[in-house]
Design a protein around this ligand. Sequence first.
Ligand code: HEM
Length: 272
Amino acid sequence: MRNGQAKKPGLFDQIGETIGNNVIIRSIFRTGGLPANWDRRQRMMGVLNNVFLHLHPVRLPKHAVKVKYTWCMGGLSFFTFLVLTITGILLMFYYRPTAEHAYMDMIDIGEQVPLGIMREIHRWGAHLMVLAVWLHMFRVFMTGSYKPPREFNWVVGVILLTLTLLLSFTGYLLPWDQLAIWAITVGANMGGASPFLGVEGPGASLMQIGDVKLVHKAADAAFVLKAGRFVGEATLLRFYVLHCIGLPFVIMIFMAVHFWRVRKDGGISGPT
Ligand code: HEM
């Protein structure tokens, strides 16, 4: 509007309006018309009607977007997870989880495959995600954001941290080199000393009826992790499935709950 007169719509505005009101386009984007011409209500509806945009609140308090307050570490944790998912899927096209092929496939990805840099991005991304999640947890603790009403989301966060570390642990075996095999041998054997689930752990002595020990070496946590008494091909397959399908599936469900709870708890906490 200029000098009290409405601006005459130009040719592009008219084309935009026509496309925006087309019956097929309207069946996908319900708000209709050209976004540039939307009034305040239409803009709000445009956000609410879009599956991706509606994940963000229509309005945000100023402090919630201050990097100084959030350090953006929750966002970075999620971003690194997305990068790891994309690069991980690309790696799956080349890597075969068998004792015969795993090591050479891993070397070949770096040396022969055009997008071999994917492996480096995946590896460094994994380190970055672990770091980002720890820093995010530290920030949430330092700002007291674990206090009611956010205590449940803190618990969901602890589960996310555990899943992140498990993703890292299961990925460690996949290169199938000496470092991987022996590191996983040490790591998995530690499971044998866990309470109740480990035959060498402090809980195991309690799990017996009379003289019969209920936990035995063929069924404790270390055995389950290794799929046998020693790290071998069965362990590699188990870790591969957990790393590529099982754990990412579970972590995505918990992330959805985590983000949903941030919104339901009144958005990101603010300086008190
Ligand atoms: C995969 C791991 C995780 C992802 C992707 C993630 C993502 C996020 C995002 C995007 C936010 C909102 C903004 C921000 O603070 O950056 C957030 C908030 C929050 N996160 Fe996480 N998070 C993860 C792990 C954790 C962990 C380990 C904890 C604590 C044990 C935690 C507890 C919380 C809490 C309590 C909030 C609300 C903070 C507030 O209102 O100020 N999260 N998370």
